[in-house]
Design a protein around this ligand. Structure first.
Ligand code: NAP
Length: 285
């Protein structure tokens, strides 16, 4: 058998996935450990998910993989091994490990990745007012970990009010004492006191996208986190910085969700700095 047939295969499923930078950080980590392993992108068309789970994983002897849009929810039904509490709470999985007996264990590292990045930036949650723009998959992952850390309050705004209300309902089931609400108008988003503003919408990816949060509402005691990492500095981050706010883009979340996935798959500690460098070199050329 040649070397390539012994190569361990990891990857990402989604549709589309061509834009993903994850392979750069994971392949750098495999190389760091001298592993004969590769992370590849599996673009799965909407009717191909079942075949991937029932055939491809076993035929290609895939050891572990990430899951992205639009399969994070649908993939939960295929888990046959350990299912982490965050996967149960969110109904979404972003990291799957194929066990030695073929069972599929599922984890969700998005929210913890966000928290790890906040921790690195010395930003704490307890007692803070959290305003979350967006109530989609990423917002759900962020909200479910933030809710567990006793914030003073969480307010959620989504262009689709029902989505925001639904997220509030889900979180209330787990944290019934939590002060959490879905806001109808952005004015209800004014943060009085130390807070964290999180953009979990794709608004800001395009140069001519509007600023969702009014400039005059930004104060230096508000930490602004934009989940978007490309462009490196969205209009929101530029404006917040100019108003004296501390800010972060989503690169750290992307990095740490990947580091945690790597650790679930390999049992080795992720070479964080090297993985960060691999991402930065590819994204911000
Ligand atoms: P998603 O599931 O599509 O959720 C986005 C949500 O934002 C949707 O509910 C959408 O509503 C809402 N929205 C769109 N425009 C809005 C507006 N003007 N005001 C308020 N809400 C609005 O997407 P996602 O997976 O959560 O991703 C959201 C963003 O986070 C993307 O930019 C993604 O790249 C980024 N992300 C980053 C990381 C990271 O590691 N840094 C990880 C995951 C996601 P409609 O559905 O009605 O449009």
């Amino acid at each position: 058998m040649d070397d390539s047939s012994k190569k361990e295969l990891y990857g990402l499923i989604g549709y589309p996935v061509k834009h993903s930078f994850s392979s750069f950080m994971h392949n750098a980590a495999f190389e760091h450990y001298g592993m004969n392993a590769e992370y590849v992108l599996f673009e799965i068309e909407p009717n191909g998910l079942e075949e991937f789970f029932t055939k491809t994983i076993h035929e290609k002897k895939i050891k572990g993989f990430n899951v992205t849009i639009p399969y994070k929810e649908a993939s939960v039904a295929y888990l046959t091994g350990q299912i982490s509490p965050l996967v149960r709470a969110n109904g979404a999985v972003n990291t799957i490990r194929v066990e030695a007996d073929g069972a599929l264990s599922g984890f969700n590292t998005d929210g913890i990745g966000f928290l790890k990045d906040l921790k690195e930036k010395h930003v704490t949650i307890p007692g803070k007012k959290i305003c979350l723009i967006g109530a989609g998959g990423a917002a759900k992952a962020v909200a479910s970990v933030v809710a567990s850390l006793e914030p003073d309050e969480i307010r959620i705004f989504d262009i689709d009010q029902k989505k925001a209300q639904n997220l509030v309902r889900i979180l209330k089931n787990f944290y019934f004492k939590l002060n959490i609400s879905a806001v109808t108008y952005m004015d209800e988003f004014i943060i009085d006191g130390p807070g964290i503003l999180v953009n979990a919408t794709p608004v800001g990816m395009k140069e001519d996208d509007p600023l969702l949060f009014k400039e005059e509402w930004l104060r230096p005691d508000i930490f602004v986190y934009d989940l978007i990492y490309n462009p490196q500095e969205t209009k929101l981050l530029k404006t917040a910085k100019a108003k004296g706010c501390r800010c972060a883009n989503g690169l750290g979340m992307l990095l740490y969700q990947g580091c945690l996935a790597f650790e679930h798959w390999t049992g080795k500690s992720a070479p964080v700095d090297l993985m960060r460098k691999a991402l930065q070199e590819r994204i911000y050329v």
